[in-house]
Design a protein around this ligand. Structure first.
Ligand code: DC
Length: 210
């Protein structure tokens, strides 16, 4: 079974998806980490982030991998922490908007999501990567709450800068952020992680029973 979890930055996707996967004994695939790792490598190699074809070629030749502990690797380097840097936050939408890059990434995401039961989180999972996913959820939260959550993840950066970054990223990500028509929308603003996980778990159980 595929459980697709989409939504904007700070809506709670990673925390919820990870906890849900653990609870259900499903694998967990973080597609945002793949775009982040590619951005990290492109910057490290000094590539022009405006060149979609060259970036897609890089994505093809240096595929992102996840090890058993869920650590993220690219080109022989463990980038698990470096990809959460604010520099990457800012540049990743520039890389992710190129169609050739998305084609390579989506193909690889389908491959990685292909085996067994999996929770996949991203922006376009329910719409493009896995439109046949058995359970689709679209998480939202108001911008204040999302900025607050980001602040907890990024202690080095001030509240104003974070809110500005979040707004800029929302705008850049907007074209890929449409919920699938058959996705269940959950507003996580006032919910605890456990409650969100519980709700999705119920959807999974209902689907399994059907
Ligand atoms: O969820 P995240 O913040 O780790 O995502 C990082 C960036 O990658 C974000 O700016 C949007 C982009 N992204 C995407 O375009 N498609 C996905 N399936 C996942 C992430």
């Amino acid at each position: 079974m595929i459980v697709a979890i989409d939504g904007p930055a700070g809506a709670g996707k990673s925390t919820v998806a990870r906890a849900l996967a653990e609870r259900l004994g499903f694998r967990y695939l973080d597609t945002g980490a793949m775009y982040r790792a590619l951005t990290w490598l492109a910057m490290r190699r000094g590539l022009d982030l405006g060149g979609g074809e060259a970036l897609a070629e890089l994505a093809r030749t240096e595929p992102v991998t996840f090890d058993k502990e869920g650590r993220v690797w690219i080109a022989g380097t463990d980038v698990t922490s470096s990809i959460r840097d604010t520099r990457i936050d800012r540049m990743v939408p520039v890389v992710a908007r190129h169609t050739p890059v998305r084609e390579v990434m989506r193909e690889r995401q389908r491959l990685l999501g292909n085996e067994g039961d999996v929770v996949i989180e991203g922006r376009d999972i329910g719409t493009v990567v896995a439109p046949g996913a058995e359970v689709k959820v679209y998480l939202v939260a108001n911008r204040n709450e999302r900025a607050k959550r980001r602040m907890a993840d990024r202690p080095g950066i001030g509240a104003d800068a974070l809110a500005t970054d979040l707004r800029a990223r929302d705008e850049k990500d907007a074209e890929r952020m449409q919920p699938a028509e058959d996705a269940q929308k959950i507003d996580t603003t006032d919910l605890r992680v456990e409650d969100v996980v519980e709700r999705i778990e119920q959807l999974v159980r209902a689907r399994s029973a059907a």
